[in-house]
Design a protein around this ligand. Structure first.
Ligand code: ATP
Length: 320
C-alpha cells in the first residue's frame, strides 16, 4: 500500500519588498498550504498575486520575512536543492554559454548523477532538441530555451518539481506533449509537481487541485471538481434570430462573446442559479427577441477562477 506523505508544507509565509521612498510592497501575507507526494497542484492568481514570490521562497531563492517551508519532513531532508528542482520564469536556470547537452550534463552532475548519457539523449529527443545539442543555450529560440530549462530540472531526478509558467513560449504541439509528460511523471514516476500558469487549459489538463491566490493571500484551495460543485456556475450559449443590441440585458447578466453572424445574434453567459437563467429568458422575451437555440456548455476552471477573484471581499473570504 502506498503511504501518502506530505512533500511540501508552507506555513504562515510572509514577504514584503522594501521600496525606496514608498510603502513596502506586500507580496505574501500569511500563506498556508501543503502538497502531498504524487499530487499535481496548480498555483493560480492574477498578475502580481504573489505566485513567483511564493515559488522563490519555496526554492530558497528569497528569504521570507516570516513563516516556514518544510519538504518531506519525515525524511529529515531540509536542503531545498536535495529534493526539488525548479523552472523559473524567463529560463533563468540554464547557462547561456553551455550547449544544450552540456547544460543537461551539468545539472545531472550537480545532483551527483553519473552514467546518464542515455537519459540525456532521450531528454534531448523528447523535447526535439537533439539536432541542437551542440548549440549554446543563448542561440536557441525562446521556446527551445524553455524546453531545455525543463529538461535540466527533470534530469536532476528530484521528487518535487516547481514549474513557474512551464508552457510559456511553447508551440501548441510541444505544450500538449509537455502536459502529457507531466501526467506521466506523476503516474509512472511518482513525482510531485507544483505549477503556476495563466493558461487555464494547462491547469485543467494536469492539476487535480488548485490554490488560488490574490494580493498575497490564499483565496481558495480545493480539488477542481469540488470548486466546480461549490461554485455551481453554468455557462450557456444563446442564439437569437435577428440582430439585437441587447441594451440593458448585456450589463445586467454580463454577456460575453457577443457576435452577429448570418442574421443571428450569438452570446455566452455564466449563470449561478436556475433563477437567473429563467430571469434572463423572461427579460429576453420581454424585449421581443426571437430565441433560436440555447446550449448548456461545460464549466471551465477559467469561469470559476474569475468568480473567485472577483467575489472575494477584503478579508479574503470567498463568497460561493
Ligand atoms: P505574474 O503572474 O505577473 O508573474 P506573480 O503572481 O508571480 O505575478 P509576484 O512576481 O510574486 O507575482 O509579485 C507579487 C508582488 O510583489 C507584485 O506587487 C510585484 O510588483 C512585487 N514584486 C515582485 N518582485 C519584486 C521585487 N524584486 N521588488 C519589488 N517588488 C516586487
Amino acid at each position: 500500500m502506498n503511504m501518502v506523505t506530505t512533500a511540501l508544507e508552507v506555513k504562515a509565509l510572509r514577504k514584503s519588498y522594501p521600496m525606496w521612498r514608498q510603502e513596502d510592497v506586500i507580496a505574501l501575507q500569511d500563506v498556508n498550504f501543503s502538497v502531498d507526494s504524487g499530487e499535481v497542484v496548480g498555483l493560480l492568481g492574477p498578475n502580481g498575486a504573489g505566485k513567483t514570490t511564493a515559488i522563490k521562497c519555496i526554492c530558497g531563492l528569497i528569504v521570507p520575512d516570516g513563516g516556514t517551508v518544510t519538504y518531506y519532513e519525515q525524511y529529515g531532508k531540509q536542503n531545498p536543492a536535495d529534493h526539488l528542482s525548479a523552472v523559473l520564469e524567463g529560463n533563468r536556470n540554464i547557462y547561456w554559454r553551455l550547449t544544450a547537452r552540456e547544460n543537461l550534463e551539468f545539472f545531472a552532475g550537480l545532483q551527483g548523477r553519473s552514467g546518464v548519457d542515455r537519459e540525456i539523449s532521450s531528454t534531448l529527443k523528447r523535447f526535439s532538441l537533439h539536432e541542437k545539442e551542440n548549440t549554446p543555450a543563448r542561440k536557441l529560440s525562446r521556446g527551445m530555451q524553455q524546453k531545455l530549462a525543463l529538461g535540466c530540472a527533470l534530469i536532476r531526478g528530484t521528487d518535487l518539481l516547481l514549474l513557474d509558467e512551464p508552457t510559456l513560449g511553447l508551440d501548441v504541439k510541444t505544450s500538449r506533449e509537455l502536459r502529457k509528460y507531466i501526467l506521466k511523471l506523476v503516474s509512472e514516476k511518482g513525482k510531485t509537481i507544483l505549477l503556476s500558469s495563466h493558461d487555464m487549459n494547462v491547469v485543467e489538463d494536469v492539476c487535480e487541485r488548485v490554490i488560488i491566490i490574490n494580493n498575497g493571500k490564499v483565496l481558495a484551495d480545493d480539488r477542481v471538481d469540488n470548486l466546480k460543485d461549490v461554485f455551481n456556475i453554468h455557462i450557456y450559449s444563446f442564439v437569437l434570430k435577428g440582430k439585437y443590441k441587447l441594451n440593458g440585458i448585456k450589463d445586467k447578466y454580463d454577456l460575453s462573446d457577443i457576435k452577429y453572424v448570418n442574421g443571428r445574434t450569438k452570446f455566452k453567459v455564466a449563470l449561478k442559479s436556475s433563477d437567473s437563467f429563467y430571469n434572463l429568458i423572461n427579460d429576453l422575451q420581454k424585449s421581443g427577441v426571437r430565441l433560436e437555440k440555447i446550449q448548456n456548455l461545460d464549466t471551465h476552471l477559467e469561469e470559476i477562477f474569475m468568480n473567485i477573484i472577483e467575489n472575494h471581499d477584503v478579508s479574503g473570504v470567498v463568497k460561493a
